[in-house]
Design a protein around this ligand. Structure first.
Ligand code: NAP
Length: 354
C-alpha cells in the first residue's frame, strides 16, 4: 500500500495529449502536482498547445517528454523520480487501418510491457494506474447472456475478442492481463485499473482521434438520420474518468479493477437527449432501424461487421459501478455529459453552427 509521501513526487501521464489524459493532466496541475507528460511529438501544437495553456493557469508544473509505445525504454527518462505512473496511451481507433495487429494490439501490449519494464527499473514508482476499459471485461453484448446475474462486474474478463473480431477490445484485454501478470511478479509497486465504458463529455483538445469524439459527430452530421441500430452502450463522463484516475492514484487502500460507467443508453436515447436541447437544428436519429436492415446495410456504411451486428444489436448490457462509487466517484446526469459534449463539438467546428 502507498503512503502519503507519494503525493510529493511527480506523476507520469503517458499519452498526455489524449482526450481522457488531457483532463487527468488538468486536474493534477490544478491540484498542484508536477506532471511528467509524454506525447509522441512534443513540438506538435495540436498535441500539447492546450496542455501548455492549462499549465500557465494552474498551481502545478508541466514537463513534456517524447515517448513512443513501440520504442523500448522510451518512458524511462520521463519516469525518473515519479511516485505514480498513469498509463493511458493506447490507440483507440475503430477504423482507418488495414492491419489490426499493428494498429491496435501491438502498441497496446508491447507499450504496456515497455512502460512496466521501466517501472520495474524505477525505484520511486509505488503505484501504477492503468487506463483499461470495459472492453477488457466483455467483448460483445451477447457475452452477458452467459452471466447469470445479467450484470458485468470486475470479476469478468473478455474471452471472446480476437485480432479478427473486435481487435480494439482484444488489445485492451491482452494489455490489462499483461499488466496484472507483471505486477504479480514483484511487490514494490501496486496496480489499480480504471475500466471505463464509452467515454463522452467535452474535450480539451480538438487534436484527439478518439472514437468517442467521432461517435458524437455522427449523431449530428446526418450519417444516422435514417435510423440507428438498437445498440446499448455503457456511457461515462470524461471528467469522472479523469477524477477516478486521481482517486486511484492517491487513495492508499485503492486496489484492483474499477468499472467506470454511469448508465446504459441506446443510441436513440442519446439522440433524444440532444433533440430535447437542440430541437431539429441537427439531423439527430429519430428511429431505430430493424436488426435485419442493420445487418444488411451496416457493413456498407461503416467499419462494422455482420458478426458484430449479430452479437451486439438488440442485446442487453448492464454494468455494476459500485466499486467506482466506493472509490469516491460521483456520476453527473448523462444529459449534462451529452449536451456539453455536443456543444463543444459545434464550438470546435466539427459540425456546422446552426
Ligand atoms: P485518444 O485521445 O486517442 O488518446 C490516446 C493516446 O494514446 C493519444 O494521446 C496518443 O498519443 C497515444 N498513443 C497512441 N498510439 C501511441 C504510440 N504508438 N505511442 C505513444 N502514444 C500513443 O483516446 P482516449 O479516448 O483518450 O483513450 C485513452 C485511453 O483510454 C486508451 O487507453 C483507451 O483505450 C482508453 N479508453 C477510452 C475510452 C473512450 O471511450 N474514449 C473508453 C475506455 C477506455 P499522441 O497524441 O502522442 O499520438
Amino acid at each position: 500500500m502507498i503512503d502519503e509521501t507519494i503525493k510529493n513526487l511527480p506523476v507520469l501521464v503517458t499519452g498526455a495529449s489524449g482526450y481522457i489524459a488531457s483532463w487527468i493532466v488538468k486536474y493534477l496541475l490544478e491540484e498542484g502536482y508536477t506532471v511528467h507528460a509524454t506525447v509522441r511529438d512534443p513540438s506538435k501544437q495540436s498535441s500539447v498547445g492546450h496542455l501548455l495553456k492549462i499549465a500557465q493557469q494552474a498551481k502545478g508544473t508541466l514537463k513534456l517528454f517524447k515517448a513512443d509505445l513501440l520504442t523500448e525504454g522510451s518512458y524511462a527518462e520521463a519516469m525518473q523520480g515519479c511516485g505514480v505512473v498513469m498509463h493511458t496511451a493506447s490507440p483507440f481507433v475503430l477504423d482507418g487501418f488495414t492491419d489490426a495487429n499493428e494498429a491496435l494490439v501491438r502498441p497496446a501490449l508491447e507499450g504496456t510491457r515497455n512502460v512496466l519494464n521501466s517501472v520495474n527499473q524505477c525505484e520511486t514508482v509505488k503505484r501504477v494506474v492503468l487506463t483499461s476499459s470495459v472492453a477488457a471485461i466483455y467483448g460483445d453484448n451477447e457475452d452477458i447472456l452467459r452471466v447469470p446475474s445479467g450484470i458485468f462486474t470486475e470479476d469478468h474478463w473478455n474471452v471472446t475478442s480476437s485480432v479478427s473480431h473486435n481487435p480494439y477490445q482484444y488489445s485492451k484485454v491482452v494489455a490489462e492481463r499483461e499488466a496484472w501478470k507483471m505486477q504479480g511478479n514483484q511487490s514494490r509497486w501496486d496496480l489499480v485499473t480504471i475500466n471505463p465504458s464509452m467515454v463522452f463529455g467535452p474535450s480539451l483538445t480538438s487534436g484527439s482521434l478518439s472514437a468517442s469524439i467521432d461517435t458524437l459527430v455522427q449523431m449530428g452530421d446526418g450519417r444516422l438520420r435514417m435510423g440507428v441500430p438498437k445498440l446499448i452502450l455503457g456511457i461515462v463522463d470524461v471528467r469522472e474518468v479523469a477524477k477516478a484516475h486521481i482517486l486511484a492514484a492517491f487513495t492508499p487502500q485503492a486496489k484492483g479493477r474499477h468499472i467506470l460507467s454511469n448508465t446504459e443508453l441506446t443510441m436513440l436515447q442519446i439522440g433524444k437527449i440532444l433533440r430535447k436541447q437542440y430541437g431539429n437544428k441537427y439531423p439527430f436519429p429519430f428511429m431505430e432501424a430493424p436488426k435485419f436492415v442493420v445487418w444488411a446495410v451496416g457493413p456498407l456504411m461503416g467499419p462494422v461487421t455482420r458478426d458484430f451486428i449479430k452479437r451486439n444489436v438488440g442485446l442487453p448490457l448492464k454494468f455494476d459501478n459500485r466499486r467506482s462509487r466506493e472509490l469516491g466517484v460521483k456520476y453527473r446526469p448523462a444529459e449534462e455529459t451529452f449536451i456539453e459534449h455536443f456543444q463543444q463539438v459545434i464550438d470546435d467546428g466539427l459540425l456546422k453552427k446552426k
